[in-house]
Ligand binder design. Structure first.
Ligand code: URP
Ligand code: ZN
Ligand code: ZN
Length: 467
């Protein structure tokens, strides 16, 4: 099957240029000058010509942080691999990396097998896994090496959630030492969970059960402190570190200092920390529960720091941390006790559009938009140049993006399997109009034309930003 995408502006992380894209089967065969002899001859033999006039043609976006069917607080996030990857495709994301979970007392093997079972034959787009290590033992440390050999080359540890996912500093150090020998990257949920639990108990004892107290009991200083500690532990172990869902200026300062001294420390932020704030958490009644995630939403002034971090590359990636729980019956588990509200915000469908607002508003350049949503996550998580780049030999994961389209986000129209939108009523510029996954159109004319099971498991390589 030969496809020609003609008349668009190709945007890679290196910048925009006019080019026609030749797709042969699942792979990009070439980028050629519009109207050139190669383009004309490809057009003559093509099975399909897609007109991209007036549109950006970008590498399919890579979301390095999702939680489909994740157990949390006695319930499960509501997007399955089928519904979540379809919603991702609608928004121009053609690769997700989800978190397989090792439960306490179980092996990594059991956790990884379970996640393969959940995803196999279900996904609309390609997918990989990170692994959450919640039980650092001699045997799980050894298992890390085996998992790396199977293409799961990054491990998340938690300084938060004592009794659930939490690891002590000693356990974290041991996992980091293991990572330094097997070439994997440690991802860190950096919040001081021990101190937070004290603040939570004190707040509840005072009768402070509303959602806004979720934010008050997880102060940004405790994110900064944990980020500092994680960075020092990684320094001692000589391991690369990736800070997930960074939300606070105090944490960003620690990342800046580490990067300035040449340490291999990377960080992501998420759209919710750039567009929402603690004012949403404090909405009337129980509405704030829709915005409960950890780390919590911060004051609006933090948006300025995070956009600056994205410009300066101290924040290298924007991921969603997509973790959807319905308002009805799931978020409601925490009525009167914010500590029982399942943590997480839905967003896998909207990342590309939200970050494009940063381009429209002059916060970042067009090429930086592609870099933070596609190219850098592909590099960091060992998928580049298969993903994250439009070039001969790369997978034909391609998004046609209309910068002049407008849309309004709403639970009534989104494709995520969740009963509310954190961005309800928000009007944005730009939209993915046609989405190809490995050469096959999966979304066009606002319709899903893909199928569950098209998406393949991706065995990932080493972090490509280490040399
Ligand atoms: O609130 C969040 N972030 N939920 C998902 C789990 C995690 O810590 O990433
Ligand atoms: Zn986390
Ligand atoms: Zn997460």
């Amino acid at each position: 099957m030969k496809t020609l995408i003609s008349g668009g502006t190709v945007v890679n992380a290196s910048g925009p240029f006019a080019a026609d894209v030749l797709v042969d089967g699942e792979i990009i065969a070439g980028l050629v000058a519009p109207g050139s002899a190669e383009s004309t001859s490809w057009r003559e033999s093509a099975d399909r010509v897609i007109d991209a006039t007036g549109q950006y043609v970008i590498p399919g976006a890579v979301d390095g942080h999702t939680h489909m069917e994740m157990p949390f607080g006695g319930t499960f996030s509501v997007d399955t691999f089928e519904t979540g990857t379809r919603a991702a495709a609608f928004g121009g994301t053609t690769t997700i990396i989800d978190f397989a979970i090792q439960s306490k007392g179980k092996s990594l093997r059991e956790g990884l097998d379970l996640w393969h079972e959940k995803a196999d034959g279900k996904c609309a787009i390609d997918y990989g896994f990170h692994m959450i290590v919640s039980d650092v033992t001699d045997s799980s440390l050894k298992e890390m090496d085996l998992v790396v050999d199977e293409g799961v080359t990054s491990f998340k540890l938690f300084m938060a959630y004592p009794g659930v996912f939490y690891s002590t500093d000693g356990e974290i150090l041991r996992a980091m030492q293991q990572a330094s020998t097997n070439g994997s990257t440690i991802m860190m949920h950096a919040e001081n969970g021990i101190a937070i639990d004290v603040l939570v108990a004190q707040a509840l004892a005072r009768g402070e059960g509303d959602p806004k107290f979720h934010g008050f009991t997880r102060p940004s200083l405790l994110e900064g402190e944990a980020t500092h500690r994680a960075i020092q532990l990684a320094r001692v172990a000589g391991a690369p570190l990736y800070i997930v869902h960074l939300s606070a200026a105090e944490a960003l300062e620690e990342v800046v200092a580490a990067r300035d001294r040449g340490q291999s420390v990377f960080a992501e932020t998420c759209p919710q920390y750039l567009f929402l704030s603690d004012a949403d958490l404090a909405r009337e009644g129980f509405e704030g529960a829709k915005f409960v995630c950890s780390p919590p939403l911060r004051p609006e002034r933090t948006h300025v720091d995070l956009w600056r971090g994205l410009r300066t590359d101290d924040l290298s990636v924007v991921s969603t941390d997509h973790c959807p729980f319905c308002f009805k019956e799931q978020k409601e588990l925490g009525l009167g006790d914010f500590s029982k509200i399942p943590n997480g915000i839905p967003g896998v469908e909207h990342r590309l559009d939200l970050i494009f607002q940063g381009v429209d508003q002059g916060e970042i350049s067009l090429e930086r938009w592609v870099e933070v949503t596609s190219t850098t996550p592909a590099r960091l998580f060992g998928l580049f140049p298969k993903k994250g780049l439009l070039a001969p030999g790369s997978d034909a994961d391609i998004v046609l993006y209309d910068p002049h389209a407008t849309q309004t986000f709403s639970a009534a129209t989104h494709h995520m399997n969740v009963d509310y939108s954190a961005y309800e009523g928000m009007q944005v510029k730009g939209r993915a109009t046609t989405v190809l996954s490995r050469g096959s159109v999966v979304v066009e004319n606002n319709e899903y034309v893909g199928r569950p099971g098209w998406g393949q498991f991706l065995q990932r390589g080493e972090n490509g930003l280490l040399r």
